[in-house]
Design a protein around this ligand. Sequence first.
Ligand code: ASP
Length: 439
Amino acid sequence: MKKVVKFGGSSLASAEQFKKVGDIIHADAERRYVIPSAPGKRFADDTKVTDMLYACYHLAETGKDFRKMLAEIAARYQEIIDGLSLSTSLKEEFKIIEKNFKEKAGENYAASRGEYLNGIIMAAYLGYEFIDAAEVIRFKENGDFDAELTNEILKKRLAEVDRAVIPGFYGSYEDGRIKTFSRGGSDITGSIAARAAKADVYENWTDVSGFLVADPRIIQNPEGIETITYRELRELSYMGASVLHEDAIFPVRREGIPINIRNTNQPEDEGTWIVESTCQKSRYVITGIAGKKGFCSVNIEKAMMNSEIGFGRKVLQAFEDNGISFEHVPSGIDTMTVFVHQDEFIDKEQKVVSAIHRLADPDSVDIEADLALVAVVGRGMKSTRGTAGRIFSALAHANVNVKMIDQGSSELNIIIGVANDDFETAIKAIYDIFVESQL
Ligand code: ASP
C-alpha cells in the first residue's frame, strides 16, 4: 500500500502543527509521499506566508525596500526550525531569494518559495528525501499544466525513492522558469503525486474533518459527510462549498484513487471519502446543501416562443456577445429565464437587454435582482421518492417563496432560486427536514 499525504497551510503553520503532522506520518508506514503547503495562519488574523511573499515581491518589483518583509518571512521559518530543534539553515536559500527578487524573477517564483522552503524543513524533520517540484511538475508554454509529461517524469522519479517530500503549488516550464497553480493549488500537486505513485489513497489533511452537510456559518454544528462522489462534490463546490481545490479531482479520478479529507487537529476522525462511485447510501437522502447569493434573473417573454426555432440561441447570444456566462436557464412555454451573477451583469445590463430586443424581438424583458441559489445534492435522490416534495413543503412551512426550480437531468441535484434574504432560512429548513429531524 502507498499513501500520498498532503498537508494544508494551517497544518504547517507552526512547530506544534509540524509535530502533529510528524506523528500522523509516523503512525502509518504507508504514508510515503508528503506534499506540504506553505505555512498558513497561526491565529485568526495572522498572515499566510504565501500572502507575505506576494506582498514582499510587490515591494521588490516596484523598487521599494523589501528586505524587512523578507526578514519577517525568514523569521516565520526560523520559528518552526527552532521549535523542532532542527539544525537546518535557510540562510543561503534566503540569499538566493533576495537576489532573485532584486532581479525580478516573477510573482510565481516568489509565491512558490513558501512551499519550497517548507518542503526543505519537512524533509529534514522527517528524514525523507526532498524533491523540488520544479524538477517534476511541468507546465506547457501556454501556461497549462502538462499532465502527461509530468506523470512520466514524476513516475520515474518516485520509483527511485521510497519516501519523499515534494512541495505543493508549483512546477516549472521546460526552461526552468517557475509557475504556480492557482491559489490553494497544493491540493492539485497532491493529486498529481498520487496518480504518479499509483497510490491507494490520497489523504488530504486540513483543519476540518471533511465536508459538512451544510455551511457551519448557517447551521450550527452540521453533520459531516462520510462518503461523497466526485460528481456530487463538483456540484457542491460549484455552489460554494470549498475544502478542496476543484482541479485536484482530475488526476486521481482517472486512476480511481479515492481522496480522504482528514483533520490534522483531530486525526482520529475518519473524515470524508471522495470516491468515483459507491453503493454506500448517504446517511440522509441528501448528501449536502450548498448555495450562493448574488444572482440576477433575466426573464424573457414572447408569445408562441415554444414554436420559434432558434429563440433560445438568440437570447443567449446577447449574453455571449457581452461576455457574460449564464448559470441556469429554466424555461416555460412562453418564457425563458436566464440566471447570471449580479456583479458580472450589473454594468452590462442595459447592453444585454437591448441586444436581446435586437436579436430575439421578445414581448418583454424583465430583471429581478438579489436572488440566491440553493443546491440540494445527493446521489440518493434518484432512488428515493418524494425528495422534491419534502424540500418544497419544508420551504413552504418556513415561509420561503420559491422563485425557480431546476432539477438536473442527472437527478443528482435540485437547484432552487429564492430571494437573497431567504437564503439562510431556506438552507435551515432543508437541513432540518432531511438531517436534524432524522437524528
Ligand atoms: N500556499 C498556496 C496558497 O496559499 C497554495 C496552497 O496552500 O495550497 O494559495
